[in-house]
Design a protein around this ligand. Structure first.
Ligand code: TPP
Ligand code: MG
Length: 316
C-alpha cells in the first residue's frame, strides 16, 4: 500500500528535521564546556534524508545508520535523553556511556546501532532484512551510509546478496560530495552512485536529498516494494554537510571546499523549504516542545552517574 502525504505526515517531516537541527545546535553551543567529550559528526544540512525516510517507516522497521548518526537516531524515535547521556559519557547513555556519538542504539525504537566503521552497518542491515524475510513478516530494514562507503567492497557484496535474495532492504546513500576532505571526483571513476544498483538488478534513483517531500515519496515507494516482497532499492540522496567532518566548527580554512559552495547549499536548506509544510502556530508549538525536551535531556545527562570502570559489568 502506498502512503499518502497527509497533514500528519507533513508535521512529522518538519518535526523530525527540527528536532535534529535544534539538538545539534545545542550540542554545538555547549561543546566548549567540555562536558561532552565525544567528538560529534554533525548531521546539519542532511536532515531531510533521515526525516524523510523515517516518516515512511513503522515501529517494527529497523534502521542501521552510520557514524553521522544523530539524525537517524532521533528521526526514528530514539530516546533523546539516552542520546545526550551517551554524549556526556554517563551510565544512563544508550551505550551505557562507553560508546559516544558514533555508537547510538535504541532497539525498542528500531535503531539497531550505529558504527564508526565506514560501511560497517551495510551488511548488518542485510542480515536483519534476511531475518525479517525468513520470519515471514513485512518489516523492512534501512541502511544509511555516505558516498565514501560506496568505495568499500561490502557495499557491492551486499547489493548483490540483497538483490539475489530479494531482501526487504532500502539502501540510502547520503552523497554529500566529500569523504572527510576529499571530493568524490578525486576518488571515484564513476560518480553516479545510483547506477551501481542497476548493475545488480536493483531499482536505483538519485534525487534532491534536501527536499524532504521528494525523499519521503521515493522512500515510501521503495518501502512499499520491499514490503510486497519485491526486494531492495537504492536511493542516492544529494545533500551537503555544513560543518567540519567531525567536530562543531566551520572548516573553510582547510581549503578543500569554497565559501561559495557552502553558501549555495545553505540556500537550499532543508528546514527552510520544509517550513512550509506546517502552519506558523504548529511551528511555534514544535519549537517550544523541542526546546523543553532538549533542556530536560541536558539537565538529566549532567546529573547522571558515571559508568563503572568494569566493562564487563557495563556490557551486561
Ligand atoms: C573502514 C574504514 N575506513 C576508513 C575510515 C576513516 N574514515 C572515517 S569517516 C571517513 C569518510 C567517509 O565519508 P562518507 O562515507 O562520504 O561519509 P560522510 O562522513 O561524508 O558523511 C573515513 C574514510 C573508517 N572509519 N572506517
Ligand atoms: Mg560523504
Amino acid at each position: 500500500m502506498t502512503q499518502t502525504l497527509t497533514p500528519d505526515v507533513k508535521r512529522r517531516l518538519y518535526h523530525g528535521m527540527l528536532l535534529v537541527r535544534r539538538t545539534e545546535e545545542r550540542i554545538q553551543a555547549n561543546y566548549h564546556l567540555r562536558e561532552m567529550r565525544s567528538p560529534p559528526h554533525l548531521y546539519m544540512g542532511h536532515e531531510a534524508a533521515a526525516a524523510g525516510v523515517c516518516a515512511t517507516l513503522r515501529g517494527d522497521d529497523m534502521v542501521f545508520p552510520y557514524y553521522r548518526s544523530h539524525g537517524w537516531y532521533l528521526a526514528k524515535g530514539g530516546d533523546l535523553g539516552a542520546m545526550m547521556a551517551e554524549l556526556f559519557g554517563r551510565a544512563t547513555g544508550c551505550s551505557r556511556g562507553w560508546g559516544g556519538s558514533m555508537h547510538l542504539i535504541d532497539v525498542a525504537a528500531g535503531v539497531y546501532g550505529t558504527s564508526a566503521i565506514v560501511g560497517g552497518t551495510v551488511s548488518h542491515a542485510a542480515g536483519v532484512a534476511l531475518t525479517f524475510q525468513m520470519r515471514g513478516g513485512d518489516s523492512v530494514a534501512v541502511v544509511s551510509f555516505g558516498d565514501g562507503a560506496t568505495e568499500e567492497g561490502v557495499f557491492h557484496e551486499t547489493l548483490n546478496f540483497a538483490s539475489l535474495r530479494k531482501l526487504p532492504l532500502l539502501f540510502v546513500c547520503e552523497n554529500n560530495l566529500y569523504a572527510t576532505n576529499t571530493h568524490i571526483r578525486d576518488r571515484q571513476a564513476q560518480t553516479e552512485i545510483w547506477r551501481h544498483a542497476e548493475r545488480y538488478g536493483i531499482p536505483g534513483r538519485r534525487l534532491d536529498g534536501n527536499d524532504v517531500v521528494a525523499v519521503w515519496h521515493a522512500a515510501a515507494e521503495a518501502v512499499a516494494r520491499a514490503r510486497r516482497g519485491e526486494g531492495p532499492s537504492l536511493l542516492e540522496l544529494e545533500t551537503y554537510r555544513y560543518f567540519e567532518h567531525c567536530g562543531i566548527n566551520e572548516d573553510l580554512d582547510l581549503g578543500y571546499r569554497t565559501a561559495e559552495e557552502l553558501s549555495a547549499w545553505r540556500a537550499r536548506d532543508p528546514l527552510a523549504s520544509g517550513r512550509r509544510l506546517v502552519s506558523d502556530g504548529e511551528a511555534k508549538e514544535m519549537e517550544a516542545e523541542i526546546a523543553a525536551r532538549i533542556d530536560r535531556a541536558f539537565e538529566q545527562a549532567r546529573s547522571a552517574p558515571w559508568p563503572t570502570a568494569d566493562f564487563q559489568e557495563a556490557a551486561r
